[in-house]
Design a protein around this ligand. Structure first.
Ligand SMILES: *[C@@H]1O[C@H](CO)[C@@H](O)[C@H](O)[C@H]1NC(C)=O
Ligand SMILES: *[C@@H]1O[C@H](CO)[C@@H](O)[C@H](O)[C@H]1NC(C)=O
Ligand SMILES: *[C@@H]1O[C@H](CO)[C@@H](O)[C@H](O)[C@H]1NC(C)=O
Ligand SMILES: *[C@@H]1O[C@H](CO)[C@@H](O)[C@H](O)[C@H]1NC(C)=O
Ligand SMILES: *[C@@H]1O[C@H](CO)[C@@H](O)[C@H](O)[C@H]1NC(C)=O
Ligand SMILES: *[C@@H]1O[C@H](CO)[C@@H](O)[C@H](O)[C@H]1NC(C)=O
Ligand SMILES: *[C@@H]1O[C@H](CO)[C@@H](O)[C@H](O)[C@H]1NC(C)=O
Ligand SMILES: *[C@@H]1O[C@H](CO)[C@@H](O)[C@H](O)[C@H]1NC(C)=O
Length: 599
């Protein structure tokens, strides 16, 4: 009897079950398939047109202590490639695996989050951006259309694609989605950036994020400059594009590792700035510097829209402006900026913050531009931001700063001294008056700015807080970066020729084309701010404010309990039986009774 009880106890932890395995795999030749190998016994997995490249299958009578590897099989069913490591189920109660990418041993990574300096405005709930997984984007479209888009990125042609998003728990498909190349100078690179548009008028959607950009990260070797900036914006309470890594395949060809971010369109205002609420959005303008002399500097040039470059200030949402004068509300703001005298205006904070500008948001944005050395944003280049008249701020609305494009940071693109003062960041030739007048020349607002610098450096932007995040992301994307660097690019154009050594070394050393390295940059910038503003950076990584109230959103953990597919969507979940199947129970009973015979 004792033996019987011991036998049962062992059975309880190593139950026999039908276990469903799911592997994400692209066959190296089209007739190949995938399988799962358990103790040398291979079971074929199947993919069909609604699941490819996810290969699934049930292995009956497996124990939950199973050790397995995925294998690529040739047409005869013989393994041609076997994973060089062994996988285990998460928990002995699992009867299914998540979607696990072939030859990537880790599906869920551990990424310590950055401490919060200011309360975040949190985006609405969405499954689109997971912090600790690398999703797979599987696109299929007309070959000629895709080739045309890659061959001539400037032409802005579009292709219609079937879009499939695959993460650990989800396979989500939508048809007839628009794919284009994206960016300006990024089109000069052999690895293109893309944008993807879901037409909500036709009920196309992607977890409430219908406008996406796939950022190639081709200009820098670490693949984490933009991601670090986005994560820091979240930690300092600036509503921002979210960003997470994806592997991109188009027509079954590998395109590489991308950072998938929101494209700032009307839906972004609703889902991110307004947290999913229905608000009639105000005026939204995209601000750029098409040439060195045409910058979105916010300098007043008279009352008419025609005086402002169309590519410098591009109207994205009209708001309350007349159709004939789409910039009129922003022009009033520029006139107010011209009229603002930093030396004599009586209540400078009230002048801006009461009705004109979300001053705190603007100052936090400028603090990050300085801390990261953003050479291609407003402070230094009069470029790469959106300015949004948010009707819900203050009593009657205010302009709000929405930054974008952060790859030109940490010494990528321009030589900036990380030890330099914010006062020496730029000579204001030409003038960027929102910085020179408010931050440099107005004593009160300068005081607010330096307080913000101090608070951010004390909490988020310091080695103790940033380094674990940097290291974890570097580790998470390491295999995919290596894969990315091995790929043949699809477009004509520049290939900077970074190596996997650069990928790792630029975290600590200056490498090819870069004038800064990530970790020393953070250390030197933080130390310089602490010296200039005469304060000690406190030890520790505690939040200055509590984490934002969760709307169930994305962010730093990987809570995936939002499993209801969106209306109009096409999510399918391959979560096999949650408990032991009938046949497994029968097997348990059978083994138990045979044990009883021996007792
Ligand atoms: C494809 O495979 C999935 C999962 O195995 C299954 O649920 C679905 O019914 C299959 N679809 C077709 C069209 O065979
Ligand atoms: C495996 O563990 C991770 C956390 O480490 C969890 O998020 C995931 O859902 C687990 N997978 C399954 C199949 O339970
Ligand atoms: C694809 O979507 C566009 C709108 O984005 C629509 O005009 C077109 O009719 C759709 N085509 C098909 C085949 O559904
Ligand atoms: C979108 O969905 C709504 C509600 O389900 C439906 O009334 C409408 O006809 C759909 N529009 C298109 C273009 O399919
Ligand atoms: C600016 O105004 C907001 C209210 O709209 C307020 O919460 C904030 O504290 C003000 N900032 C400053 C620096 O006064
Ligand atoms: C800022 O102050 C300096 C020194 O008083 C002055 O030369 C400069 O013109 C001022 N700039 C602006 C934009 O007010
Ligand atoms: C960084 O550079 C130093 C000095 O050249 C060298 O000793 C060190 O190995 C380098 N570290 C990395 C990770 O490249
Ligand atoms: C979902 O996918 C199935 C199979 O591919 C298709 O028949 C159906 O129309 C899709 N539904 C939507 C809403 O796209």
């Amino acid at each position: 009897m004792v033996k019987f009880l011991v036998g049962l106890a062992a059975l309880a932890s190593v139950a026999f079950a039908d276990i469903t395995f799911s592997c994400i795999g692209y066959p190296s030749v089209s007739t190949n398939t995938f399988g799962v190998s358990i103790n040398g016994v291979i079971t074929k997995l199947v993919a069909n047109e609604t699941t490819f490249p996810v290969w699934s299958g049930v292995v009956p009578g497996t124990t939950s202590a199973v050790q397995y590897s995925y294998v690529e099989l040739n047409a005869a069913g013989t393994a041609v490639k076997t994973e060089a490591f062994v996988r285990k189920l998460n928990q002995t109660t699992d009867t299914w695996t998540e979607n696990e990418f072939f030859e990537r041993p880790v599906t869920h990574h551990v990424v310590p989050r950055l401490p919060y300096t200011y309360l975040a405005t949190y985006p609405s709930k969405s499954k689109a951006f997971k912090e600790t997984q690398i999703a797979t984007l599987h696109l299929n479209g007309d070959k000629a259309a895709i080739d045309a888009l890659n061959a001539n990125p400037e032409a802005e042609t579009e292709a219609r694609v079937i879009f499939r998003f695959i993460n650990a728990k989800t396979i989500y498909t939508q048809t007839n989605i628009t794919l284009r190349t994206s960016g300006k100078s990024s089109k000069e690179f052999a690895k293109q950036s893309y944008k993807i548009k879901f037409d909500t008028d036709f009920n196309q959607t992607f977890f409430s994020r219908p406008n996406l950009k796939l950022r190639s990260m081709a200009t820098e070797p670490t693949y984490l400059r933009e991601k670090m900036y986005i994560d820091t914006l979240n930690a300092v309470g600036v509503p921002t594009q979210q960003g997470s890594y994806v592997r991109l395949y188009i027509n079954n060809e590998p395109y590489g590792l991308y950072l998938m971010v929101d494209d700032i369109k009307k839906s972004f205002l609703k889902q991110t700035v307004h947290g999913g609420e229905n608000v009639i959005p105000g005026s939204l303008i995209q601000a750029n510097a098409p040439t060195l002399t045409e910058q979105a500097d916010l300098a007043y040039k008279g009352p008419l829209t025609a005086a402002y470059g169309k590519e410098t200030y591009t109207m994205q949402n009209l708001g309350n402006n007349p159709v004939t004068e789409p910039l009129s509300q922003l022009i009033t703001f520029m006139k107010d900026l011209q009229d603002f005298n930093p030396a004599t205006t009586a209540d400078p904070v009230g002048y801006w913050n009461n009705t004109r500008l979300d001053l705190d948001g603007f100052l936090r944005n400028m603090a990050l531009e300085y801390l990261f050395g953003g050479f291609d944003n407003y402070w230094m280049a009069g470029s790469n931001y959106f300015i949004y008249f948010n009707p819900t701020l203050g009593t009657s609305g205010k302009w709000q700063w929405l930054p974008t494009d952060f790859d030109g940071t940490f010494g990528n693109g321009a030589e900036i001294d990380p030890k330099g003062s914010y006062k020496a960041l730029y000579n204001f030739q030409p003038d960027h008056p929102l910085v020179s007048k408010l931050i440099i020349n107005n004593t009160v607002i300068n005081g607010l700015f330096t307080t913000i610098l101090k608070e951010i450096v004390s909490t988020t932007f310091k080695p103790e807080a940033m380094n674990p995040h940097i290291e974890a992301i570097n580790k998470m994307i390491s295999l995919d970066a290596q894969w990315d660097l091995s790929l043949t690019r699809k477009s004509p154009g520049k290939n900077p020729g970074f190596t996997f050594d650069d990928f790792n070394n630029n975290l600590v050393n200056i490498t090819k084309d870069m004038s800064g390295a990530i970790k020393p940059w953070v250390a030197q910038r933080a130390a310089a701010v602490s010296t200039e503003l005469a304060f000690q950076i406190p030890a520790g990584t505690v939040d200055r404010v509590p984490p934002p109230p969760r709307k169930g959103g994305n962010g730093d953990d990987d809570n995936d309990n939002e499993d209801t597919p969106e209306k109009g969507g096409n999510a399918s979940h391959n979560n096999g039986a949650a408990s032991l199947t009938a046949s497994a129970m029968a097997l348990v009973a059978m083994v138990a009774s045979s044990l009883m015979l021996f007792a």
